[in-house]
Unconditional design. Structure first.
Length: 159
């Protein structure tokens, strides 16, 4: 039980990711949680839109959770738009300017502020689209065939 306090923020972050994923589905986005766009990076939610656009959503359940994140600025190079997803009572004024804001809970979310649109270079978009598709397919295969899940690496190396 001593590890419980460390587990609770992760559970809260996963609940926010679920609510964000549900809401983005209504905008015709497909999402993957804990997606690895490049070695050493793992975003909470990567969303692929109907026109091939990529959004990164970082879920922060508390001020401490946000303040412990030192890699978020590296995610901007891997998306067209970057968002923070936080609970409604989060002190969102501490979030950096020039990023999007989503208020979320475990059941849904609302986009409050769009992040600026910074288009990915074509080569990176193509590579990331392939990585997204392969990751989704391998996760689907692992869900359907639990015997093979030990052989599948859900965090694929860069193409």
């Amino acid at each position: 039980m001593a590890d419980l306090p460390d587990i609770l923020p992760a559970m809260a972050g996963r609940q926010l990711a679920r609510g964000v994923s549900r809401a983005l589905r209504s905008y015709d986005f497909a999402t993957l949680e804990e997606f690895v766009p490049a070695a050493g990076l793992r975003v909470d939610v990567m969303a692929l839109g109907p026109k091939g656009e990529f959004w990164v959503i970082e879920c922060k359940s508390s001020r401490a959770d946000y303040q412990s994140d030192s890699k978020w600025h590296k995610y901007i190079d891997w998306c067209d738009r970057f968002f923070w997803a936080v609970p409604p009572d989060f002190p969102h004024k501490i979030l950096p300017e020039g990023t999007g804001l989503i208020l979320a809970d475990a059941y849904g979310a609302e986009i409050v502020q769009m992040g600026p649109n910074t288009a990915l270079p074509a080569a990176r978009r193509r590579a990331q689209t392939l990585r997204f598709a392969r990751t989704a397919a391998l996760r689907d295969q692992a869900a359907r065939d639990t015997g093979i899940s030990a052989f599948l690496n859900q965090n694929l190396p860069p193409p």
